[in-house]
Ligand binder design. Structure first.
Ligand SMILES: [Zn+2]
Length: 348
Protein backbone atom coordinates (compact mmCIF):
# COMPACT_ATOMS: atom_id res chain seq x y z
CA UNK A 1 0.00 0.00 0.00
CA UNK A 2 2.57 2.53 -1.12
CA UNK A 3 0.25 5.26 -2.29
CA UNK A 4 2.95 7.51 -3.74
CA UNK A 5 4.17 4.83 -6.13
CA UNK A 6 0.84 3.33 -7.07
CA UNK A 7 0.46 3.34 -10.83
CA UNK A 8 -3.16 3.43 -11.87
CA UNK A 9 -4.46 2.39 -15.24
CA UNK A 10 -6.90 4.82 -16.81
CA UNK A 11 -9.75 2.40 -16.09
CA UNK A 12 -9.14 2.30 -12.30
CA UNK A 13 -11.32 4.31 -9.98
CA UNK A 14 -11.67 5.04 -6.26
CA UNK A 15 -14.17 6.01 -3.59
CA UNK A 16 -13.53 8.33 -0.65
CA UNK A 17 -14.69 7.55 2.90
CA UNK A 18 -15.48 10.43 5.27
CA UNK A 19 -16.19 9.78 8.96
CA UNK A 20 -17.80 12.75 10.69
CA UNK A 21 -17.38 12.94 14.45
CA UNK A 22 -18.02 15.39 17.27
CA UNK A 23 -14.58 16.98 17.02
CA UNK A 24 -12.88 15.55 13.92
CA UNK A 25 -13.48 14.16 10.47
CA UNK A 26 -11.39 11.20 9.39
CA UNK A 27 -10.86 10.52 5.68
CA UNK A 28 -9.66 7.59 3.59
CA UNK A 29 -9.49 6.45 -0.04
CA UNK A 30 -10.38 2.94 -1.24
CA UNK A 31 -9.57 1.82 -4.77
CA UNK A 32 -11.66 -0.38 -7.03
CA UNK A 33 -9.61 -3.45 -6.07
CA UNK A 34 -10.45 -3.02 -2.37
CA UNK A 35 -7.10 -1.53 -1.27
CA UNK A 36 -7.03 1.39 1.15
CA UNK A 37 -4.58 4.06 0.02
CA UNK A 38 -4.00 5.35 3.57
CA UNK A 39 -3.05 3.25 6.57
CA UNK A 40 -3.44 5.88 9.28
CA UNK A 41 -5.86 8.48 10.63
CA UNK A 42 -6.13 11.60 8.49
CA UNK A 43 -8.14 14.11 10.49
CA UNK A 44 -9.39 17.67 10.28
CA UNK A 45 -11.68 19.60 12.65
CA UNK A 46 -15.33 18.68 11.96
CA UNK A 47 -16.81 22.01 13.22
CA UNK A 48 -20.21 20.39 13.83
CA UNK A 49 -20.73 22.72 16.79
CA UNK A 50 -20.63 25.68 14.37
CA UNK A 51 -23.66 24.35 12.50
CA UNK A 52 -24.35 22.51 9.24
CA UNK A 53 -22.72 25.00 6.85
CA UNK A 54 -19.38 24.94 8.64
CA UNK A 55 -19.57 21.17 9.00
CA UNK A 56 -20.19 20.66 5.27
CA UNK A 57 -17.28 23.03 4.56
CA UNK A 58 -15.09 20.88 6.81
CA UNK A 59 -16.15 17.68 5.09
CA UNK A 60 -15.36 19.28 1.74
CA UNK A 61 -11.91 20.20 3.09
CA UNK A 62 -11.42 16.62 4.30
CA UNK A 63 -12.34 15.34 0.82
CA UNK A 64 -9.92 17.70 -0.95
CA UNK A 65 -7.21 17.00 1.62
CA UNK A 66 -7.30 13.23 1.26
CA UNK A 67 -7.17 13.42 -2.54
CA UNK A 68 -4.13 15.65 -2.29
CA UNK A 69 -2.43 13.41 0.27
CA UNK A 70 -2.91 10.32 -1.89
CA UNK A 71 -2.21 12.11 -5.21
CA UNK A 72 -5.61 10.98 -6.44
CA UNK A 73 -7.10 12.95 -9.34
CA UNK A 74 -10.67 14.08 -8.71
CA UNK A 75 -11.69 12.47 -12.00
CA UNK A 76 -11.06 8.98 -10.54
CA UNK A 77 -13.56 9.42 -7.68
CA UNK A 78 -16.84 7.61 -8.40
CA UNK A 79 -18.58 8.11 -5.06
CA UNK A 80 -18.15 9.23 -1.46
CA UNK A 81 -19.11 7.25 1.63
CA UNK A 82 -20.19 9.37 4.60
CA UNK A 83 -20.93 8.35 8.16
CA UNK A 84 -22.01 10.45 11.13
CA UNK A 85 -23.25 9.69 14.63
CA UNK A 86 -27.01 9.14 14.80
CA UNK A 87 -29.85 9.33 15.15
CA UNK A 88 -30.43 10.01 11.48
CA UNK A 89 -32.56 8.53 8.71
CA UNK A 90 -31.21 5.84 6.40
CA UNK A 91 -30.46 8.65 3.94
CA UNK A 92 -28.55 10.88 6.33
CA UNK A 93 -31.26 13.28 7.50
CA UNK A 94 -30.38 14.19 11.09
CA UNK A 95 -33.19 13.53 13.56
CA UNK A 96 -35.84 16.26 13.75
CA UNK A 97 -35.12 16.34 17.49
CA UNK A 98 -31.41 16.89 16.89
CA UNK A 99 -28.75 14.63 18.38
CA UNK A 100 -25.92 14.77 20.87
CA UNK A 101 -23.42 15.94 18.25
CA UNK A 102 -25.93 18.02 16.32
CA UNK A 103 -27.58 20.13 19.00
CA UNK A 104 -28.02 23.43 17.11
CA UNK A 105 -31.56 23.99 15.86
CA UNK A 106 -30.19 24.37 12.32
CA UNK A 107 -29.17 20.69 12.48
CA UNK A 108 -32.69 19.41 13.24
CA UNK A 109 -33.90 17.56 10.17
CA UNK A 110 -30.78 18.61 8.18
CA UNK A 111 -29.98 16.44 5.17
CA UNK A 112 -26.20 16.18 5.59
CA UNK A 113 -25.86 13.54 2.87
CA UNK A 114 -27.78 15.61 0.34
CA UNK A 115 -25.89 18.78 1.26
CA UNK A 116 -22.50 17.11 0.79
CA UNK A 117 -23.63 15.48 -2.45
CA UNK A 118 -24.72 18.86 -3.85
CA UNK A 119 -21.46 20.42 -2.73
CA UNK A 120 -19.14 17.76 -4.18
CA UNK A 121 -21.17 16.92 -7.27
CA UNK A 122 -20.62 13.21 -6.57
CA UNK A 123 -22.93 10.49 -5.25
CA UNK A 124 -22.74 10.31 -1.43
CA UNK A 125 -23.66 7.03 0.28
CA UNK A 126 -24.69 7.44 3.93
CA UNK A 127 -24.44 5.18 6.99
CA UNK A 128 -24.55 5.99 10.68
CA UNK A 129 -21.19 5.53 12.42
CA UNK A 130 -22.04 2.26 14.15
CA UNK A 131 -23.33 0.75 10.90
CA UNK A 132 -20.17 1.90 9.11
CA UNK A 133 -18.00 0.25 11.79
CA UNK A 134 -20.07 -2.92 11.47
CA UNK A 135 -19.62 -2.95 7.68
CA UNK A 136 -15.87 -2.50 8.05
CA UNK A 137 -15.57 -5.26 10.66
CA UNK A 138 -17.52 -7.55 8.35
CA UNK A 139 -15.38 -6.86 5.27
CA UNK A 140 -12.14 -7.01 7.20
CA UNK A 141 -13.08 -10.36 8.71
CA UNK A 142 -14.61 -12.08 5.68
CA UNK A 143 -12.65 -10.49 2.82
CA UNK A 144 -13.64 -11.98 -0.52
CA UNK A 145 -16.43 -13.98 1.16
CA UNK A 146 -18.08 -10.86 2.63
CA UNK A 147 -21.10 -11.01 0.35
CA UNK A 148 -21.84 -14.61 1.38
CA UNK A 149 -21.72 -13.97 5.13
CA UNK A 150 -23.69 -12.34 7.91
CA UNK A 151 -22.61 -10.67 11.15
CA UNK A 152 -23.73 -8.62 14.12
CA UNK A 153 -21.57 -5.92 15.70
CA UNK A 154 -21.97 -4.25 19.11
CA UNK A 155 -19.90 -1.08 19.58
CA UNK A 156 -19.63 -0.02 23.22
CA UNK A 157 -19.04 3.73 23.59
CA UNK A 158 -20.93 6.63 25.15
CA UNK A 159 -23.96 4.66 24.00
CA UNK A 160 -24.18 1.21 22.50
CA UNK A 161 -24.19 1.29 18.71
CA UNK A 162 -24.40 -1.63 16.42
CA UNK A 163 -25.05 -3.03 13.05
CA UNK A 164 -26.57 -6.10 11.48
CA UNK A 165 -25.04 -7.27 8.20
CA UNK A 166 -26.75 -9.86 6.02
CA UNK A 167 -25.14 -11.17 2.82
CA UNK A 168 -22.60 -8.36 3.06
CA UNK A 169 -25.22 -5.60 3.27
CA UNK A 170 -26.10 -3.62 6.35
CA UNK A 171 -29.77 -3.93 7.30
CA UNK A 172 -31.22 -0.41 7.31
CA UNK A 173 -34.92 -0.87 7.98
CA UNK A 174 -37.87 1.18 6.75
CA UNK A 175 -36.97 4.23 8.88
CA UNK A 176 -33.23 3.65 9.00
CA UNK A 177 -33.45 2.34 12.55
CA UNK A 178 -32.45 -1.28 12.09
CA UNK A 179 -29.44 -2.36 14.12
CA UNK A 180 -30.19 -0.01 17.02
CA UNK A 181 -28.95 -2.80 19.21
CA UNK A 182 -28.52 -0.58 22.28
CA UNK A 183 -32.25 -0.27 22.66
CA UNK A 184 -33.06 -3.94 22.52
CA UNK A 185 -34.50 -4.97 25.88
CA UNK A 186 -32.87 -8.06 27.31
CA UNK A 187 -33.76 -10.59 30.01
CA UNK A 188 -32.08 -9.29 33.17
CA UNK A 189 -32.07 -12.59 35.02
CA UNK A 190 -28.45 -13.59 35.48
CA UNK A 191 -27.25 -10.08 34.67
CA UNK A 192 -28.34 -8.01 37.68
CA UNK A 193 -27.65 -8.76 41.34
CA UNK A 194 -30.54 -9.37 43.74
CA UNK A 195 -31.90 -5.98 44.72
CA UNK A 196 -30.06 -4.08 42.00
CA UNK A 197 -32.35 -1.43 40.44
CA UNK A 198 -33.41 -2.06 36.83
CA UNK A 199 -31.13 0.19 34.72
CA UNK A 200 -32.82 3.01 32.82
CA UNK A 201 -31.84 4.24 29.36
CA UNK A 202 -31.98 7.80 28.00
CA UNK A 203 -34.35 6.50 25.30
CA UNK A 204 -37.02 5.84 27.92
CA UNK A 205 -36.68 2.05 28.03
CA UNK A 206 -35.63 0.19 31.11
CA UNK A 207 -33.39 -2.83 30.97
CA UNK A 208 -32.14 -2.35 27.44
CA UNK A 209 -28.55 -3.12 26.46
CA UNK A 210 -27.34 0.48 26.39
CA UNK A 211 -28.60 1.05 29.94
CA UNK A 212 -25.92 -1.46 30.98
CA UNK A 213 -23.29 -1.79 28.26
CA UNK A 214 -22.25 1.83 27.61
CA UNK A 215 -20.34 4.61 29.33
CA UNK A 216 -23.70 6.28 30.01
CA UNK A 217 -24.96 3.06 31.57
CA UNK A 218 -21.92 2.87 33.82
CA UNK A 219 -22.35 6.47 34.94
CA UNK A 220 -26.12 6.44 35.43
CA UNK A 221 -26.75 2.89 36.57
CA UNK A 222 -23.94 0.44 37.24
CA UNK A 223 -21.39 2.61 39.01
CA UNK A 224 -23.80 4.21 41.50
CA UNK A 225 -25.05 0.73 42.44
CA UNK A 226 -21.62 -0.89 42.71
CA UNK A 227 -20.17 2.03 44.68
CA UNK A 228 -22.92 1.41 47.24
CA UNK A 229 -21.47 -2.11 47.54
CA UNK A 230 -17.85 -0.84 47.66
CA UNK A 231 -18.21 2.39 49.67
CA UNK A 232 -14.47 2.63 50.43
CA UNK A 233 -13.43 2.36 46.78
CA UNK A 234 -11.16 5.21 45.63
CA UNK A 235 -13.65 6.07 42.84
CA UNK A 236 -16.29 6.89 45.47
CA UNK A 237 -14.55 10.23 46.07
CA UNK A 238 -14.55 11.21 42.36
CA UNK A 239 -17.42 12.92 40.51
CA UNK A 240 -19.42 10.07 38.95
CA UNK A 241 -18.87 11.13 35.31
CA UNK A 242 -15.11 11.20 35.86
CA UNK A 243 -15.17 7.96 37.84
CA UNK A 244 -17.06 6.24 34.99
CA UNK A 245 -14.29 7.17 32.55
CA UNK A 246 -11.58 6.01 34.97
CA UNK A 247 -13.17 2.61 35.47
CA UNK A 248 -11.52 0.89 32.50
CA UNK A 249 -8.08 1.57 33.99
CA UNK A 250 -9.23 -0.19 37.17
CA UNK A 251 -10.57 -3.07 35.09
CA UNK A 252 -7.18 -3.56 33.47
CA UNK A 253 -5.73 -3.86 37.00
CA UNK A 254 -8.40 -6.45 37.90
CA UNK A 255 -10.05 -4.27 40.51
CA UNK A 256 -13.09 -6.11 41.98
CA UNK A 257 -15.60 -3.31 41.52
CA UNK A 258 -14.49 -2.66 37.94
CA UNK A 259 -14.66 -6.36 37.06
CA UNK A 260 -18.18 -6.52 38.54
CA UNK A 261 -19.30 -3.62 36.33
CA UNK A 262 -17.63 -4.87 33.14
CA UNK A 263 -18.81 -8.39 33.91
CA UNK A 264 -22.40 -7.13 33.88
CA UNK A 265 -21.75 -5.37 30.58
CA UNK A 266 -20.37 -8.56 29.02
CA UNK A 267 -23.35 -10.57 30.25
CA UNK A 268 -25.76 -7.97 28.80
CA UNK A 269 -24.03 -8.15 25.41
CA UNK A 270 -24.17 -11.95 25.63
CA UNK A 271 -27.96 -11.71 26.14
CA UNK A 272 -28.16 -9.39 23.12
CA UNK A 273 -26.14 -11.79 20.98
CA UNK A 274 -28.40 -14.63 22.12
CA UNK A 275 -31.33 -12.68 20.67
CA UNK A 276 -29.30 -12.09 17.48
CA UNK A 277 -28.59 -15.83 17.26
CA UNK A 278 -32.33 -16.43 17.06
CA UNK A 279 -33.02 -13.59 14.63
CA UNK A 280 -30.37 -13.78 11.90
CA UNK A 281 -28.10 -16.59 13.17
CA UNK A 282 -25.00 -14.63 12.06
CA UNK A 283 -21.66 -16.15 11.09
CA UNK A 284 -19.77 -13.65 13.26
CA UNK A 285 -20.35 -11.63 16.41
CA UNK A 286 -18.17 -8.52 16.59
CA UNK A 287 -17.39 -6.43 19.62
CA UNK A 288 -15.95 -2.93 19.38
CA UNK A 289 -15.62 0.34 21.24
CA UNK A 290 -13.59 1.57 24.17
CA UNK A 291 -13.22 -1.90 25.62
CA UNK A 292 -11.35 -2.99 22.49
CA UNK A 293 -8.79 -0.23 23.05
CA UNK A 294 -8.07 -1.62 26.53
CA UNK A 295 -5.08 -3.79 27.44
CA UNK A 296 -5.06 -7.11 25.48
CA UNK A 297 -5.60 -9.35 28.54
CA UNK A 298 -8.59 -7.25 29.58
CA UNK A 299 -10.29 -7.11 26.18
CA UNK A 300 -9.78 -10.87 25.75
CA UNK A 301 -11.32 -11.48 29.19
CA UNK A 302 -14.27 -9.31 28.17
CA UNK A 303 -14.75 -11.05 24.79
CA UNK A 304 -14.54 -14.48 26.43
CA UNK A 305 -17.21 -13.47 28.92
CA UNK A 306 -19.47 -12.22 26.13
CA UNK A 307 -19.02 -15.55 24.34
CA UNK A 308 -19.75 -17.53 27.51
CA UNK A 309 -23.01 -15.65 28.00
CA UNK A 310 -24.17 -15.99 24.40
CA UNK A 311 -26.36 -19.08 24.33
CA UNK A 312 -25.83 -20.77 21.00
CA UNK A 313 -27.04 -24.14 19.82
CA UNK A 314 -24.32 -26.71 19.13
CA UNK A 315 -24.61 -26.21 15.37
CA UNK A 316 -24.19 -22.46 15.84
CA UNK A 317 -21.19 -22.90 18.15
CA UNK A 318 -19.48 -24.88 15.42
CA UNK A 319 -20.19 -22.36 12.70
CA UNK A 320 -19.97 -18.92 14.31
CA UNK A 321 -17.00 -16.85 15.46
CA UNK A 322 -16.52 -14.06 18.00
CA UNK A 323 -14.02 -11.29 17.26
CA UNK A 324 -13.00 -7.78 18.20
CA UNK A 325 -13.60 -4.97 15.67
CA UNK A 326 -10.16 -4.00 14.31
CA UNK A 327 -8.77 -0.51 13.59
CA UNK A 328 -11.57 1.09 15.50
CA UNK A 329 -10.50 4.70 15.04
CA UNK A 330 -10.47 4.19 11.27
CA UNK A 331 -13.46 1.83 11.12
CA UNK A 332 -16.02 4.58 10.44
CA UNK A 333 -14.23 6.09 7.43
CA UNK A 334 -13.25 2.69 6.10
CA UNK A 335 -16.75 1.25 6.51
CA UNK A 336 -18.26 4.31 4.82
CA UNK A 337 -15.83 3.79 1.93
CA UNK A 338 -16.64 0.06 1.65
CA UNK A 339 -20.37 0.88 1.50
CA UNK A 340 -19.71 3.42 -1.27
CA UNK A 341 -17.56 0.94 -3.21
CA UNK A 342 -20.33 -1.65 -2.97
CA UNK A 343 -22.91 0.81 -4.25
CA UNK A 344 -20.75 1.74 -7.25
CA UNK A 345 -19.99 -1.92 -7.97
CA UNK A 346 -23.68 -2.87 -7.75
CA UNK A 347 -24.57 -0.08 -10.20
CA UNK A 348 -22.10 -1.66 -12.62
ZN1 LIG B 1 -32.36 2.69 25.17
Amino acid sequence: MDQAETVRTPSSWVVVGLDNGGTCNNATVLDATGQFLVDHLVENPSRVQDGPESAVDSLTDAFAGILELTSTPLSLVRAVGLDTPGPASANGVISSKGATNFNQVSWHGFDIRGALEARLGLPVVYNNDANAAAVYAHYRHFGAEASENSSVAAIVGTGLGGGVVEAGKVIRGVAGMAGELGHVQIPLHGVLEDGQPVPLCNCGFSGDVEAIASLTGIRNNLLPYWLSRFPDHPLASEPVAKAAKMLRGYGEKEDSLALAVFGQQAKAIGKLFTIAANFTDPAAYFLGGGVVEAAPHFRQWFLNLVREHTQLRDEQKEAATFALVPDLDMAGARGAAVAALDTVAAAG
